[in-house]
Design a protein around this ligand. Structure first.
Ligand SMILES: CC(C)(COP(=O)(O)OP(=O)(O)OC[C@H]1O[C@@H](n2cnc3c(N)ncnc32)[C@H](O)[C@@H]1OP(=O)(O)O)[C@@H](O)C(=O)NCCC(=O)NCCS
Length: 199
């Protein structure tokens, strides 16, 4: 899905306040601590809480393998002033049950409410359409997850329906909203968003 450009671990995306870079082995502790926080994990489909260190280590290995193969783009979020310190994760990857690549993300609780995920999501959406040439991106948010829904809306995603997928980590079916962004809408939006990124 992704080209040679993103398949090397020197690949980075820079935003106003963030670096998006490949996850590294030393990020596992932060992934375990921040994503394993129930306030974070319980809003996601797949993250268990607590998240043991060995599971976080497996996540880093899987992320790097996915990025290397170009099958997706799974990036650590770091503030630009502290590029070694992971504060969240954002990903675009294929899921077995879904026909379109899926945008997913989480941010450590103490970093919420600063607009950081909107900044990161806009950047990875731009990179996906610009570099991967895809036609559509999908995403989803648990119905009570107003913050995630707003992130998607602010990036141009359109609500397409409701579903109740079974998430093993959440112990059963979870009512969720589904979202989509297609290339035409992305291009249209790039033409109209003042100060949008130039790729
Ligand atoms: C959802 C999440 C990524 C949002 O990250 P964030 O950086 O705080 O989001 P932003 O600051 O970019 O906020 C985007 C919008 O959502 C709103 N928002 C954020 N959190 C909110 C909340 N808890 N309730 C209501 N609105 C919220 C913001 O006000 C903003 O909207 P506005 O510009 O209209 O005011 C973060 O809360 C998180 O990681 N949650 C746990 C994991 C998760 O939900 N992952 C997504 C799974 S689908």
């Amino acid at each position: 899905m992704f080209p040679d450009l993103t398949r090397d671990d020197v690949f980075r995306i820079e935003t106003r306040r963030l670096w998006l870079r490949w996850p590294m082995a030393r990020d596992a502790e932060a992934v375990s601590r921040l994503a394993g926080d129930p306030a974070v994990a319980e809003m996601t489909a797949r993250i268990p809480t607590p998240l043991p260190l060995h599971e976080a280590e497996r996540f880093v290995i899987r992320a790097r393998a996915t990025n290397t193969a170009g099958e997706g783009l799974i990036m650590a979020l770091c503030r630009r002033g502290a590029p070694a310190n992971l504060i969240g994760v954002i990903s675009v990857e294929n899921r077995p049950s879904e026909p379109e690549p899926h945008l997913g993300y989480w941010l450590g609780r103490s970093f919420w409410g600063e607009g950081l995920m909107t900044e990161a999501a806009s950047a990875i959406v731009d990179a996906t359409f610009a570099y991967a040439g895809g036609r559509t991106l999908a995403s989803a948010a648990i119905i009570r997850n107003t913050g995630s829904r707003r992130v998607l809306e602010k990036c141009g995603f359109r609500l397409t329906g409701e579903a109740a997928p079974v998430f093993e980590a959440r112990g059963g079916a979870v009512p969720s909203y589904t979202f989509r962004l297609d290339r035409a809408a992305w291009l249209d939006r790039r033409g109209t968003v003042v100060g949008g990124p130039s790729l």
